[in-house]
Write a protein that binds this ligand. Sequence first.
Ligand code: HEC
Ligand code: HEC
Ligand code: HEC
Ligand code: HEC
Length: 166
Amino acid sequence: MKKVIFWVVIGVVIGVAGLGGTNYALHATGSNEFCSTCHANDAAKEWKASKHYTNEYAVRAGCSDCHIPEAFIPKILRKMKASKEVYGHFAGVIDTPEKYEAKRKEMAESEWARMRANQAQECRKCHFMAELNNPEKDYLADMHKTALEGGQICIDCHQGVAHKAP
Ligand code: HEC
Ligand code: HEC
Ligand code: HEC
Ligand code: HEC
């Protein structure tokens, strides 16, 4: 019996440590700095020139805010897909500006498809279009309401909000 308890305790300790480690790894691999180790000259450079990097409200949207789902399972799935990026990095699939441009459309379409599948939930974490209040363009609130109720999503109309549109 003592032995069983011993192993249960060991199991719990390893389990908790493992979860903590996973969470730490997930966090570390979601920072702007981490993404920029590979994307400094392409995606990150364009992001820095966008309103999502600097704006009059001094609110910043980082890579993960738009690209990494918050829920645990979708997050893990996205990270698993990222192993393709690590492979791609060593295979040099986007290691020159020319190769990046040639692949941009395919990558953008893959990202749009991901967002289409979840109704662009990442955008809606920050933008509450039902609360839009722009006295100078008051038609925008109604326009968004109609479009979103009609099943359109942000990226149907807004492309290239952090990078050059393909
Ligand atoms: C080890 C280098 C490396 C790191 C770190 C990295 N990427 Fe990438 N990324 C790549 C490569 C290479 C590709 C092209 C992969 C391919 O399609 O073959 C890519 C593609 C992408 C794409 C297009 C995905 C698609 O479905 O085609 C997105 C979006 C992206 N990266 C975002 C990020 C974000 C966000 C981070 C940080 C959480 C990040 N990347 C970190 C190398 C990297
Ligand atoms: C972390 C919060 C956050 C996320 C996530 C986010 N945004 Fe934004 N967005 C902002 C802020 C802050 C501004 C700057 C407001 C300004 O200056 O008008 C902005 C500005 C905009 C603008 C107007 C300025 C421009 O660049 O044309 C559009 C359109 C927009 N966002 C669309 C999107 C879309 C589409 C997504 C999802 C792909 C998204 N946003 C994700 C916070 C966010
Ligand atoms: C049917 C197309 C359409 C859809 C769908 C749409 N937008 Fe827009 N959006 C527009 C247009 C057009 C403008 C006005 C652009 C301008 O004034 O330059 C706009 C303006 C904005 C602005 C700036 C508002 C302002 O006061 O200037 C933000 C932020 C924005 N959209 C975010 C979003 C987000 C987030 C979504 C998804 C939840 C979304 N939009 C869905 C067409 C759309
Ligand atoms: C405001 C949301 C937002 C932020 C912040 C953002 N992205 Fe993106 N990203 C997108 C969207 C949406 C696309 C799909 C194509 C498009 O509309 O530009 C995209 C496309 C990409 C692509 C595919 C190539 C392309 O140009 O389409 C890569 C790679 C990428 N992002 C990496 C990053 C990295 C790395 C960061 C941080 C340095 C980042 N993104 C920050 C929304 C964002």
